[in-house]
Design a protein around this ligand. Sequence first.
Ligand SMILES: O=C(O)c1ccccc1N[C@@H]1O[C@H](COP(=O)(O)O)[C@@H](O)[C@H]1O
Length: 224
Amino acid sequence: MEKTDGVKVKICGLRRPEDIQMANRFKPDFIGFVFAKSSRQVDRNTAERLKTLLNPEIRAVGVFVDEEPEQVAGLCRDGVIDMVQLHGEEDREYMERLRNMTHVPVIRAVRVKSREQVLSAEQLPCDYLLLDTYTEGTYGGSGKAFDRELIPSLRKPYFLAGGLRTESVAEAVCRYRPYGVDVSSSLESGGYKDIKKVEAFLKAARGGYAAGGGAGRRTGGKEL
Ligand SMILES: O=C(O)c1ccccc1N[C@@H]1O[C@H](COP(=O)(O)O)[C@@H](O)[C@H]1O
């Protein structure tokens, strides 16, 4: 039996002041503001206000789908977000343009279809990968898991995402050894983050026990 603490946790889709109070209380490593079209979408003003309430030890990640790089860089420059998550079709050229405008860490989301696709995404100018589920017609936050056997051995640190749940997160962390886990749908009740579900997930992800092994096999696990 192996302990899972050490894994970073990102809770995505916060959009109300009470969500931020909850984050300040339970201290995930990262929270996500979704700027892409979604039931969880926040606009710039809301994110700006929420960021002022957030404990500065928690990093705010902006989640984007094919947004203009100038808009993304502006949010970084103004301190609304500390990191960028690209969840759309952004290609190398887009990422290089963005890199020239801002130096914040970049997470490249991959909606996993094959090992080759993930390995090729690792070559892009990003600091982290985020492995999520491919769902027709939506870009993320589907609450569905992908076939974890498609995760190749990676050198870049990666976040495991897609349908993670409190009941299974410890086992997934032990088995796949991601740098971090990212979750949204399963922690909601009536479309909003549920404080009890968030607390239970963090406890399970950080302190759970499950069968597994091979620490560090799947990711460089470096801190940026
Ligand atoms: O959460 C959203 O609404 C969203 C919208 C557009 C792109 C990404 C989005 N969220 C990301 O989706 C994954 C998986 O979430 P879930 O736990 O399966 O609901 C996660 O990386 C979120 O950051």
